[in-house]
Structure formats: C-alpha cells, structure tokens
Design a protein around this ligand. Sequence first.
Ligand code: MOS
Length: 745
Amino acid sequence: MSDVRVFDEPATDNRLDDMKQGVLGKPLDRPDGPVKVAGAAPYAAEYDLGECVEGVLVTAPFARGQITAIDKASVLDMPGVIAVLDDPRMITRPAQGTAGEAPKQKPGQVDYFGQPIALVVAETFEQARDAAKHLAFEYDADDNSEIPFDPATAETEESDGATRKGDLAKAMSDAAHSVDLIFTTEGHNSAAMEPHAAMAEWDGQKLTVHAALQMLNYNHGELADAVGLPTEQVRILARYVGGGFGSKLGVSPETVAASLAAMELGRTVRVVMSRQQVFQDVVRRSETKQRLRLAAGADGRLIGLGHEARTSNLPGEGSAEPVVQATAYLYPGENRVLAVENATVHRMTAGSVRAPGEAVGMQCLEAAMDELAEAMDIDPIELRLRNIPDEHPGDGKPYSSRRYAECMREGAKAFGWDSGNTSGVWTDGPRKPRQQREGDWWIGTGMAGATRIHLVGRAEARVTLKADGTALVETDMTDIGTGTYAILNQMAGEMLGLPAEKVLVDLGDTDHPYGPGSGGSWGASSSGSAVYQTCDMIRDDIARKVNADAATLEFKDGMVRWPEGEKSLVDIMGGEDIVHQVRFKPGKAFEDYATASYGAFFAEVAVNRWTGETRVRRMTGAFGFGRVLNPKTARSQCIGGMVWCIGSALTEALHFDPVDGHLVNCDLAEYHVPVHRDVPHMDVLLVEERDAHGSPIQAKGAGELGLCGGAGAIANAIYNACGVRMHDFPMTPDRVMAGLEKLES
Ligand code: MOS
C-alpha cells in the first residue's frame, strides 16, 4: 500500500528515543565498508557488462567561439576506431542538478576552455584516447568577445533575493565599533576521488546507464530529456559513488555522450573523464569577492550588517554561489544589506560545490567577526553570544532548535580556548597576537561559528518485511560515501526490531521509488523520514494482525511484544510479506520555521616566521544537527568538512590563464587538496538535540556543516599566531610572507 505523509505537525514526541532494538544512534559500521575496502564495490566504470567499447571526449582548445568543421575522416582509419560522434546534444554544459536546466547552446558553440566538442569511440581506451588527440577540426575563436575571462572586468547582474533594510551607512557611522573589509576567495573544484564516468547499454528499447551521479530521481528526467526518450525507457544505476560534493548533482557530458553513442552504435559504451576533464568540465565553485560591514553598538550588539558578494558564471547561467545565505539568519542588525552580483565570464560552469554559499560566505563573515571582537576588546565567543537573534532577522520566522551557543561553549571547553573559562562567560580581556613562539614557528589559536541551512525534501521508500523475518528497503537514494546504506539500515532495523544483518538496503536504481538524492545535506533526514514512516505502516499492520494497540507494541530481535502477549515476526506474518511505500513531503512544521544546523570551530596553527608556511596543529569542531542517526558516519562527515576547511584556508584555488582563459592547474598535483600530512588530529563533538521541525525523525543536515566557517577559524588563528590580518583565501606562504614583511617594515 502506498501513502503520502506531509510533515505538518512538529515531531515533538521523541518517539525514536524509546524504541527497543537500540541500533539507531549507534556507531554501526557501514554495511558497504567491507566491499569498498576490498575493491569489490563497482563504481560506474567498473561493471562487467560483457563486450564494451570505449569513448573519449575531445575538448575545445579555446574558450569562446564556434566549431566550424570536424573532420571525422582524420581518425576513422586509426587502429580500433569505430566512430566519431559530434551530436550537438552531447556538446553540452554540465547540468546544474537542483539549480535548473542548462541553457541550450547553438550547435558547435563553445563557451569555455575544455568544453567537450566530440566523442571518439574505439575498441580500446588507448585507441580512443589516441584518436581523440588526433581528431582534426576547425574553429573560429571569438577573440573580440566583450565577455572576458576575468570576473574583475566583467559585467554583473544582481541575483534575486537581495535584502536592503534601514540605513547601513548611517549605522556604520553611528556604531561604537565597526569593521569594513574586503575578502576574496578562489574557485574550487569538487575533486571527488571517482572521476565522472558512465557505461551505457541500449537494447533498442531501453537505455540502461551505470553512472556516477548524486540525485537519480532528478538525473532520470534530465538524461531522458537529453537523449530524447521517455523516462520509462531510461534506467540509471548508481550503487556506489566515489564522492560527489555537488559535481554529480546533475548529469554531466560523459553520461549524455555515452548514452547517445550506445543508442547510435547499438553497443555498450563506456566514457570516463580524465582528471583534467573533471577539472575542466564539471561545475566549479565560483571565486568570490566579498565586502563585510559590521556595525556594533557599545553593548556589542550588531545594529548594522552588510554582506555583499561578487561571483561569476557563464553567459546564460542564472545561478550564483549563494554567498550570503547564512548571514541572512545567523546574526541580527536592523540595518542590513545582503546582496550577490554575478559576473558573466567565459569560465566553465559555476555550480554547487559542497556547502554552496556558506562554505565561502561563512569563512569571511567569521573572519570579520574576529576583527570586530578585537576592535571591541572582547572575546570572539562573547561577541557571538551577544548576537544570537530572537527571530529570523529577515522574515521573522521563529527558529527551530538551535544549539549555536552550546556548540561554542562545549567546543571551547574541549579545545581549551585560551582566554576562556568554563563558566560560559568570556570576559577575561582581549586576545593578543604573537604571544607564543616555538623556535621558528609562531603559535596561535582562532575560532569561528558554523552554520548551514537545513533542507528536507520529498522522499519515497518501499519497505518489504519478508515472511522470513528479514526486511528489504528500496529507494533510488544514493550513498556517495556518506553512509546512507548504514543509516537506512538502522532506521528500518529500529522500527521493525531487526539487527543490522536482517536488513538489506538497496539503493541507486531509478526502478526504485523516488529518493531525495544526495545533495544539500538533505539526504539523511529526507530518506530517513520516508523509511521511518513506511516502517510505521508495517508496524500498524502487525498490530492489526495481533489485535493490539500499535502504540503498545515493542519490536526487538525479530520478536513482537505487547501487554497481552508476544510472538515472533515470522509467526505473525504466517508466510506472507508485508510491503508498503510512503511518499514523505515537507509541510508546515518545516516551512514555517527557520531551521539550520549550527556549530563552532577551533583551530591551532603554527606559522613559520621565515617561510610563511602555515600548519594546522589541531582542530576541534562542535556540531548540533538534530538527532544523530549514526555517530560514526556523522563524525566522518564532520571531519571531511573540516579537512576541506584546511584546503579552503591554505591551499585550494583554481587558477585561470589570463590570455586564453584555460584552467592552469587541472590536476591533483597542482590543485592542492589537503593530504594526510596536512591534516592533524581532529576532535568532533556531537552536541545532540531533537529538532521537532527539522524532520519527522528530528534530524537535520550534517554533510556540509563541517565546511561552513572553519577556514575562518584558521585565518583567525594565523592572525593570533603571527599578527598578520589577511583577507585573501587561500592564505598561501607567499601571502603570509608579504604580510609578515609589511608588519616588520
Ligand atoms: Mo551538495 S554541493 O548539494 O552535493
């Protein structure tokens, strides 16, 4: 039976705290862990589908203009070459997942350096790659385009949703304390370990594609649209995905190209992007320029708040990195300006990269807060504690559960925050830079707040309680390395009274019910709620079968107990399966509240006085995101975010050639993600809460929170260590050196 459940009533009953199985909220090992570490979990390109030919994308060696001719004959005689495809439908930008459809380009139009222009298919990968390198084509590069590569010289358009309230300029001049600062952040690539890949099969009726994608429910329609088939004739599978971070939210060119080639050739076709193509052809995070204006009264309460950002994207792309998204609800200030302007440039598509908006917005806001605290001579935690608004400063909505203050206090205690004490009041006076040196290294600490909006979305699951006392959970939800297999197992196990080994979770198949996909940190709360509610229907059935009140039933280890009796599930089922399917949808309980996850970061750094090198020595993060479904997978998500904070603060940056607009550092040797040696021990505190508005299971988003602000804590620690205030991320040694030299001259 299927049912629709709308989340209109807040989940105030803490029901999941009283279940008997005791598996939810426990650090269950990921059921997919053993197959992954053994290399037995196939990623998109690793399926054995019998005979398979290989496609390699050919990319444009110029950033703007028109392909005028492709000489297919130039490679058709090469060894193993089967075909050259230049179907305009595959010459496309990556789609944007949640951000809407990519604009249609005219055939042959090139908008960014490295854009795919053709697919060469051959018997082996090496043959396809060789032919792709030799394919002859002609083009007109539009060297006189008025649209530049560099956002600094580009025209801009303001994004929707700007806020302008009161008189910020007057607040700034009236303020007892204020800061007015310009920050910059560089572009980021998701750099997922699994490169984008697809294997497509066409049997004349049905297209079956193994792909590396995050949101199958959405990708299904997107791919069907791209290849001109109804969704009934398209099936996408993504059982295991080796990271996504936003780059796999939408269908990217390799999936469309593999599908069109399979349909044209009637053969199974595999297309795997090279690492360089991953950098050039999937969505980037826009670089940003941000102006922060903070105006505080003598009591330290903000009276004015300005956060204005400049981002960039391709011609025709409406979406802009939502840099000020968290600023809108985190701090007060009745005079406020929050706005993003988007510059039109010929760089590859800008889109969602882990924690779109907050990742780079929060690190600058929280660095500016540190400077305001210093100007006021108060501890940075104290400044934040004085600026927790009573209601959403923009739309007046009440907040749902919000443990911002607790995260700061508990994090400070765990970290041993320098000037603090454990009573929760930090008034011991100002923190001063350059107080500690070990040999050639200045040592310092910094903190920053964390927050990320919480989203929950439509989600469906089918749960079968089988006559043999095992359960099967089916949804097209994905596990992109986040732990979905574990938490959905736990949810079903807790509700049906089954240990982990009796529950099978089957994900990543568009033949299954509509999952929410892995994006925007909504996956666990949305898909978890669908499984929770579906299992609830099964519990009601079991109650009817034993003539008991469902509320009195206890499920544990395959047994069902009620006040008058007990029986095993297998006996109650009497040889018949029970199958239910629920469509969960967000409703008033969620929509009428300002829901977000919160936290705090603490970092200790060492800055070399001669080389400007910064090493993060330790980091503590304290996070509150509602019910913790699995502390092991949740902690891993937080650590992953905090590792990225190190990259964002110190090393990660996309560099574009000013002459021809190509991405210069498109590999992992030159685009520096933190490696093992860069990452110190990290402490993660999970500050539990029950958020009745976050979702029916009281959980909120965790996946992106660990990245939202932490780079600011590192920047603040660099200042505390060596006395250099910097405003340009990443804070590479050359930038630190320039600051040190300026300070000492
Ligand atoms: Mo996330 S950037 O929505 O995968």
